[in-house]
Design a protein around this ligand. Structure first.
Ligand code: CA
Length: 231
């Protein structure tokens, strides 16, 4: 199974802003595709089925709110709207109708990434349909059912253990850095000790490894992070 981080489509006409969006989201581990206007955005949406759309309100030709409505005719993909109208909250609310969240310009990279992550977390979208299976050797993760099977036997995990394993399974065969795991599983809002991650890894190993002290599935890559691999 290849690594599958979520795909984000950014529709923004101003090149520096478009690049800033892409850089912010790529730094958080997302794959990013971009479009300069609504037409190109709709084409890429239909062709590449992103997991989320970041949509600028101020676009040439078709305005962002119209693009938002057009997207909604085709898809329930989550939309985070970018607006420059910080002061006029009522207006922002009206203009962003149909969007899942909005963020005002200028935005900070971490803020954008946090919004995107939060919206993705609470939405069901194309790529997480009921049939999706993440297979890593004899380990099977079913994201929709939140089920884990090891050699066909169900493994009981806590919600955090599940999220951690799901993220590692989506990136199976690749090292995932500690920072990214902390950010993706616990988020920036929660205060946690970095050792919490190690503790959860240890619990996961106790449930998934024949010999938790010499793991063969959930590996530590010293100085880098963790990697889930087929045994
Ligand atoms: Ca713009």
């Amino acid at each position: 199974m290849e690594a599958m981080s979520e795909l984000i489509l950014a529709i923004e006409d101003e090149e520096p802003v478009r690049e800033a969006i892409a850089a912010a989201l790529e730094a958080s581990g997302y794959r990013v595709i971009t479009a300069c206007d609504g037409e190109e955005g709709l084409e890429r949406l239909l062709a590449e089925r992103p997991d989320l759309v970041v949509l600028d309100l101020m676009l040439p030709r078709i305005q962002g709110m119209e693009v938002c409505a057009l997207i909604r005719e085709h898809s329930e993909v989550p939309i985070v709207m970018l607006t420059g109208l910080a002061a006029e909250d009522d207006r922002v609310e009206g203009l962003t109708r149909g969007a899942d969240d909005y963020i005002t310009k200028p935005f900070r990279a971490r803020e954008l990434a946090a919004r995107v992550r939060a919206v993705l977390k609470r939405s069901h979208h194309w790529s997480s349909d009921d049939r999706e299976l993440l297979e890593v050797g004899d380990l099977v993760v079913k994201p929709a059912a939140r089920e884990v099977l090891l050699c066909g036997e169900e493994v009981g995990l806590t919600p955090k253990e599940f999220e951690l394993l799901e993220y590692l399974a989506r990136n199976a065969g690749n090292v995932v850095g500690r920072e990214r795991l902390l950010e993706r599983v616990w988020g920036e809002d929660e205060y946690i000790d970095a050792r919490t991650l190690d503790v959860h890894i240890r619990w996961l190993r106790e449930k998934l490894e024949d010999e938790p002290s010499s793991p063969r599935r959930l590996l530590t890559v010293r100085g880098e992070g963790y990697m889930l691999t087929a045994e």
